[in-house]
Design a protein around this ligand. Structure first.
Ligand code: CIZ
Ligand code: SF4
Length: 316
């Protein structure tokens, strides 16, 4: 039985190295750049030209010289790339990869939210559809939400769709009243304080890095609350050798590369986004080979959504 297991692991490795070579060959042939989100499968990250958070990747998309952008992530991320790079073809290897949190608010609901609070700006997390961005005043990411809200210089803001990120921002910017939409990320929401406390007991020396999509009682136990790009920088710069990482487990791969030799622990049960895992290396290869999975954002939506995204980019 052990032999069988070892043999299988070896053949999977061969598959991965062959598929990676095919991905690279097809990307060159199609004049494509492959972008992978920090939560993607390790082998997809390793085969990509760039790995990062949604905004970093959308910026890469805008800078890329390539005619085609293959986006390994979820739909709102590929849409953001299309918004910033409208003249490029943006392809998704798995068109069914959505984000349940982004689906928790529609453009109609966002408009009604605004109408119920006249004159109060709507700050929308990038984890939202292009249509919702188009009716928003400004976007934010988990990396810049606090700065974006502060920069508006107003006493009240509407915040959608993530209630946990909204609560985190409200705690850090107490001078602003944050009126939150009741959305959440199912993967981060299922993390409990008990699960984190159990892991802290196992690893008492570890620093706890948590994503602001987690519930407030989980964030209260963290040493640092950070976006994925923030965690990568923090872990590399910190004097600590061990970290408990409270975000989607795909980031553990990037952390091990960003801070070699340091130890990173996830949680039990693991924080997993099934949508992020839908994209496989074989699907990336198929997408490059067949040119399928084009993401389109109609011009009238794209132009308005671009204003909200570009306003955020100008802030930081
Ligand atoms: O904006 C992103 O890429 C997401 C969803 C997470 C993060 O914190 O980077
Ligand atoms: Fe959406 Fe959460 Fe998955 Fe990110 S981890 S894509 S917020 S469901």
């Amino acid at each position: 039985m052990r032999l069988h297991g070892k043999g299988r692991a070896l053949s999977e490795r061969v598959d991965i190295s062959e598929l990676t070579a095919e991905v690279r060959r097809l990307a060159a042939k199609r004049d494509a750049v492959v972008l992978a989100h920090n939560y993607q499968r390790p082998e997809v990250q390793d085969a990509a030209d760039f790995v990062g958070d949604s905004l970093g990747l959308a910026r890469q998309a805008a800078l890329a010289q390539a005619r085609t952008i293959v986006f390994a992530g979820v739909r709102f991320m590929a849409e953001t790339a299309k918004i910033l790079a409208p003249d490029r073809a943006v392809l998704m290897p798995e068109v069914g990869a959505g984000c349940p949190m982004a689906d928790m608010i529609t453009a109609e609901q966002a408009l009604a939210f605004k109408q119920a609070h006249p004159g109060v700006p709507l700050v929308t997390y990038v984890n939202s559809s292009a249509e919702v961005k188009a009716v928003s005043d400004v976007c934010c990411t988990s990396a810049n939400a606090i700065e974006v809200v502060r920069s508006l210089g107003v006493g009240r803001v509407l915040f959608a769709p993530d209630r946990n990120l909204a609560a985190w921002v409200a705690s850090r910017v107490p001078e602003v009243e944050v009126i939150a939409w009741d959305g959440f990320c199912p993967a981060h929401e299922q993390v409990t304080a008990e699960a984190l406390l159990a892991q802290k007991q196992e690893h008492p020396e570890a620093e706890v890095l948590a994503h602001p999509e987690c519930r407030p009682e989980v964030l209260a136990l963290a040493d640092a609350v950070l976006s994925t790009s923030g965690m990568l920088r923090y872990a590399a710069a910190s004097a600590s050798e061990e970290f408990i990482v409270v975000t989607e487990e795909g980031l553990l791969h990037g952390l091990a590369k960003a801070a070699p030799g340091k130890r990173f622990y996830g949680l039990h049960p693991a924080v997993l986004c099934p949508n992020m895992k839908l994209t496989t290396l074989a699907k990336v290869r198929d997408c490059l080979r067949d040119g399928t999975g084009a993401v389109e954002v109609p011009d009238e939506v794209r132009i308005k959504a671009a204003q909200a995204v570009e306003r955020m980019v100008a802030i930081g």
